[in-house]
Design a protein around this ligand. Structure first.
Ligand SMILES: Cc1ncc(COP(=O)(O)O)c(C=O)c1O
Length: 324
């Protein structure tokens, strides 16, 4: 394609050349016994029977409890060049969340089939995978399940490299108190993320990019979509999981960092600990590692360990995104 652009052909002629080359390529792939169903890099949806449909296709019924009540669970992770990161851990957490909602999910092999199917039809580079399971339709007895694959937002690059500013916001509860009330579903990754998104919008309206929630007892909890990690004198610390989601990425980071010589610890943190830390990050399955550059308007330098931790966490370069 690049060579066609360089030849500076008229647009119509260039499109025709691209079209005929694509047709020839499709024919060749068909001869090899493969099929192209959707265009590369489009958002696609994989169903658990292995079917892949374009994201524009109607999929959810109006009486689905996922829509009506946010009643369901999900997982999000990044696939890099066709390989999902930490897939076993995300599938395990999907099952834990579903069990907390008394939701019975299809066997893991069905999820793998859908994931393999969407990856087979997606471009190389970085891809956001969302595994979604709702309670299904009113009066029905089967969950609605699908896997959505989409290109990451361009904002991802900025957040990983330039960092994010955060507001500390009151979460309105004490972490270990809600952990003792299972009906509150603290720690389950449910589809009811409206509050998390409202907190983000609140931050944006007040000049920040994101949020770190603080419990009523003054302890740091988590971000709306991420785990908090601080560094202090060669020690990485994250808050206990009481009342918050047990992050897959922080576990991977801590395992790999320990192998690279870091001490790691799960311990309560306060806002003062964030101010005193050498480094502060929000970590999660897609953004991976975002350094925090300001807390409540107080600027802080990007932690000097950011590049090292990004390497430890195998944060992919962003060149692949351009290819996607
Ligand atoms: C509320 C919340 N906490 C923490 C995380 C980080 O979890 P993970 O690293 O498994 O993506 C997420 C991301 O999904 C989240 O939504």
């Amino acid at each position: 394609m690049t060579s066609l652009r360089r030849q500076s052909l008229p647009v119509g002629e260039r499109h025709e050349r691209i079209r005929s080359e694509t047709v020839a390529l499709s024919d060749r792939i068909a001869q090899l016994g493969m099929t192209i169903v959707t265009k590369l890099s489009n958002t696609v949806v994989g169903l658990l029977d292995g079917t892949v449909v374009n994201a524009d296709s109607p999929l959810i019924h109006a009486d689905d409890y996922g829509l009506l009540r946010g009643d369901g669970v999900f997982e999000t992770t990044l696939a890099v060049d066709g390989v999902p990161r930490d897939l076993a851990e995300h599938l395990a957490r999907l099952e834990v969340s579903a069990a907390m909602l008394d939701l019975v999910l299809p066997a893991l092999s069905h999820w793998h089939r859908a994931i393999d199917a969407v990856l087979a039809q997606s471009a190389a580079g970085q891809l956001v995978l969302r595994l979604v399971a709702t309670r299904g339709r009113e009066g029905g007895d089967a969950p609605t399940c699908f896997v959505l694959a989409a290109a990451p937002s361009p904002r991802l690059h900025v957040e990983r490299s330039a960092g994010i500013s955060v507001l500390l916001l009151d979460r309105g509860f004490v972490g270990d108190e809600v952990a003792a009330m299972p009906w509150l579903l603290a720690g389950a990754k449910t589809l009811s993320y409206a509050m998390n998104m409202a907190a983000r919008r609140y931050a944006e309206k007040h000049g920040a990019d994101d949020v770190i929630f603080v419990g009523r007892d003054g302890r740091i909890l988590e971000g709306p979509t991420a785990t908090v990690v601080v560094a202090r004198d060669g020690l990485l610390i994250t808050p206990p999981v009481d009342g918050i989601l047990a992050g897959v990425t922080v576990r991977r980071l801590f395992r790999a960092a320990a192998a690279a010589g870091w001490e790691t610890e799960t311990a309560p943190l306060t806002p003062a600990d964030l101010d005193a830390a050498d480094g502060l990050w929000l970590v999660s399955g897609v953004r991976l590692l975002a350094p925090v550059t300001a807390v409540d308007g107080r600027p802080r330098p990007i932690g000097p360990a950011t590049a090292e931790l990004a390497e430890i966490l195998q944060v992919p370069g962003l060149i692949e995104t351009d290819r996607a």
